[in-house]
Design a protein around this ligand. Structure first.
Ligand SMILES: Cc1cc2nc3c(=O)[nH]c(=O)nc-3n(C[C@H](O)[C@H](O)[C@H](O)COP(=O)(O)OP(=O)(O)OC[C@H]3O[C@@H](n4cnc5c(N)ncnc54)[C@H](O)[C@@H]3O)c2cc1C
Length: 420
């Protein structure tokens, strides 16, 4: 028989490390069981290695799931201000960048992992790596973790094993086994913040282009979501932040077998009338001696101009001045509504997050404790909450981790007001 702890955390990711730190700050004896050889592997990949760890703009609108309002009591206990203070105390100097995104001043995601591990060390949190948890059983008031390295007993258990995105970082969905064994329901899991695969062959011609673009997601005839930002066109389909932001809805609709398409607006600053009028002027008044393709030079990247012309039925070589008003209107429409039929996503391995997880109806949001199994807590992406791109997924991991750790430590006193 191994040793006994107040709190045992499964998963040394963003949520698990925060939960462990908070529980230990409250005076609890804490053990983390991690199946990879290192902690926080996914954190290292965040924000292109720079870690966009939260965002100045907060609110329910940035979070998704069956019940996004579930985040509110969690953030009421540990929200943006508490997160910034928590990390500043650990040594991470926050720097605000574009879109309200916060990064560590070091510009290194590794600093975030390191300060969390330093705090674990300071507080005596034990971490066992490459653990291989075979099962977790509750007997009486204790949880027994049966592992390759022996049996560990904890009075509370925090499951922070992540979702299924980017499994090379450790979150391979294996933690869901334990969750279901405890009788908890998982809502459908689909990739979120992920690239979408398109059907049209013209995608190969415009691959490599990046453009400011409006992206509207349609399921059948209904517009479900939209976003604006830098679109990246690739040979397989569409990518970039505005695509990521709408992708979870595409994932769910595709899983239901519904028809999904994105409409791309390459003239997001112009109204339909302005687009009509300005393209007509470009062709009629300034198109003298130019072909239709040449008349688009300076408005669109060359390859995109060609595709827009061919998709609107205007030959590239046609003299611009001879294009009719109707042809210019068709071109303007296409430039504002280029449709790409979506046939799939790039899957969990390419996704930055998982939509779906432990049903929030089965968790108390004030504590992150299970409504079914007393002493069992959840934290992070394992729960049916996913955030938008921009630091929201990590914010959810820190907040739910802190609340789970604080609650799991129970009556322990310790550094009671550490967040002040
Ligand atoms: C490329 C990329 C970039 C991203 N960039 C950002 C960003 O800039 N900002 C942002 O907010 N979010 C970003 N995210 C999302 C963010 O990283 C995650 O939402 C967040 O890390 C989730 O934290 P977590 O602790 O719940 O899960 P994870 O960080 O996935 O941690 C789960 C941990 O549990 C361990 N584990 C899993 N199963 C078991 C098991 N059976 N036994 C023991 N241990 C187990 C895993 O090895 C892992 O260490 C990004 C994600 C990716 C993939």
């Amino acid at each position: 028989m191994g040793r006994t702890y107040d709190v045992i955390v499964a998963g040394a990711g963003a949520a698990g490390l925060t939960a462990a730190v908070r529980a230990a700050q409250r005076g609890a004896r804490v053990l983390i069981l991690e199946h990879m050889g290192q902690a926080g592997k996914k954190i290292l990949a965040t924000g292109n290695g720079k870690c966009n760890f939260t965002n100045k703009k907060q609110g329910i609108a940035y979070y998704r799931g069956k019940n996004p309002a579930f985040v509110l009591p969690v953030f009421a206990r540990f929200g943006l201000a508490e997160t910034l203070r928590f990390f500043e105390r650990l040594g991470v100097q926050p720097v605000e960048k574009r879109g309200g995104c916060y990064y560590p001043a070091s510009g290194q995601a590794s600093s975030v992992v390191e300060v969390l591990l330093m705090e674990c060390r300071r507080l005596g949190v034990e971490i066992l790596y490459e653990i291989g948890i075979r099962s977790i059983q509750k007997k009486g008031n204790s949880f027994f973790f049966h592992t390759k390295q022996g049996i560990f007993e904890g009075r509370s258990c925090i499951l922070a094993t992540g979702g299924k995105a980017a499994k090379k970082t450790g979150s391979d969905g294996s933690g869901n086994r334990y969750i279901e064994k405890f009788g908890h329901k998982l809502t459908d899991l689909v990739p979120a913040l992920v690239q979408l695969q398109g059907k049209q062959s013209f995608l190969k011609e415009i691959a490599g282009i990046r453009a400011e673009c409006g992206v509207e997601l349609y399921v059948g005839k209904e517009k479900i979501a939209e976003d604006l930002g830098e679109l990246q066109l690739t040979a397989f389909g569409v990518s970039g932040i505005p695509v990521f932001q709408v992708s979870r809805y595409a994932s769910y609709a595709l899983a239901r077998g519904e028809q999904v398409a994105v409409r791309l607006n390459f003239l997001p600053e112009w109204t339909a009338e302005q687009a009509n009028e300005r393209i007509w002027r470009r062709f009629s008044a300034h198109g003298d001696g130019k072909t239709a393709e040449e008349a688009l030079t300076g408005l669109f990247p060359k390859k995109l101009g060609r595709v827009l012309l061919s998709e609107s039925g205007v030959p590239c070589e046609k003299p611009a001045a001879r294009c009719s008003k109707k042809e210019c209107a068709a071109l303007a429409r296409k430039a504002r509504q280029l449709t790409v039929d979506i046939i799939g996503t790039k899957g969990f391995d390419s996704a930055q997050a998982t939509a779906g997880g432990v049903d929030t109806e089965e968790i108390f949001p004030e504590t992150m404790e299970s409504r079914l199994v007393p002493g069992l807590y959840f934290a992070g992406e394992v729960v049916d909450i996913d955030g938008m791109c921009g630091g929201y997924n990590l914010q959810w991991a820190w907040s739910s981790g802190w609340v789970a750790g604080d609650s799991a430590a129970g009556g322990k006193k310790g550094e009671e007001h550490d967040q002040d």
